[in-house]
Design a protein around this ligand. Structure first.
Ligand code: T5A
Length: 214
């Protein structure tokens, strides 16, 4: 039975998901809460191979758009069954660097696949596991591009998509947040690291007052 809390972090590339998950981990651990960080695609041995297929052309050919949907779903299915569910069952809080809403934003709103189809594939892959809270680190494409340009590694296959694609991704996430206001917290990721982390902590305290106090 699920005893832990499941929090997903979503948003455009460079929004600060990894950075703010690390900050939240420290905050929760200071409150005596055990946490586990996951990432997608990836997070299991099978998932990391899928990540290489999706991002680094491991197979020597790019996946078709439909194959891309199924590869993200396969990575998520493995992660849910082998990592996320067992952790939640033992009371660990899971902090997910991307989850199903990324599929809806990238493969749905940006690539144009039908959202109802994607939801059905996701329901099967995850056994209907939905986060308790989704933190959307919202960033316009221009700011996202600047952050990615500042890092050492070259953009991967999906990051290299054009401006219009990334605008659709951003607007898709904002629409998902509007459609699921009780699950989503939208945070302006252009603020400083300290300011964004403080907003996330305030959100967690407000939503889970019995578990998080200081
Ligand atoms: N994808 C994924 C799909 O298409 N469908 C799916 O279903 C799923 C699951 C995954 C790719 O796959 C796609 C989406 C993606 O294109 P990834 O390699 O895992 O890609 O990369 P991202 O998830 O995009 O994450 P990034 O590592 O690019 O960015 P983060 O984690 O959001 O940002 P982070 O923390 O690395 O920060 C980026 C930079 O900004 C700075 C950091 O120091 C760093 O330099 N920073 C801040 N600067 C100022 N103020 C702040 N508040 C800052 N926060 C961070």
């Amino acid at each position: 039975m699920k005893k832990g809390i499941f929090i997903s972090f979503e948003g455009p590339e460079g929004g600060g998901k990894s950075t703010h998950i690390r900050d939240l981990e420290r905050f929760l651990e200071n409150n005596g809460i055990k946490t586990l960080r996951t990432r997608e695609p990836g997070g299991t041995r099978l998932g990391e191979v899928v990540r290489d297929l999706l991002q680094n052309n491991l197979a020597g050919e790019a996946p078709s758009s439909r194959a891309e949907v199924m590869l993200f779903a396969a990575s998520r299915a493995q992660l849910c069954e082998n990592v996320i569910r067992p952790a939640l069952d033992e009371g660990t809080w899971v902090l997910a660097d991307r989850y199903a809403d990324s599929t809806y934003a990238y493969q749905g709103y940006a690539r144009g696949f039908n959202l109802a189809d994607l939801k059905e594939i996701t329901r099967f892959a995850t056994g209907s596991l939905v986060p308790d809270l989704t933190i959307l680190l919202d960033l316009p494409p221009e700011a996202s591009r600047q952050r990615l340009a500042a890092r050492a590694n070259a953009p991967d296959r999906i990051e290299s998509e054009g401006e219009e694609f990334h605008l659709k991704v951003r607007n898709g996430f904002l629409e998902l947040a509007r459609d699921n206001p009780e699950r989503y917290a939208v945070i302006d990721a252009r603020d400083s690291r300290e300011a964004v982390s403080a907003l996330i902590e305030a959100e967690i305290k407000a939503r889970f007052p019995n578990q998080v106090r200081s």
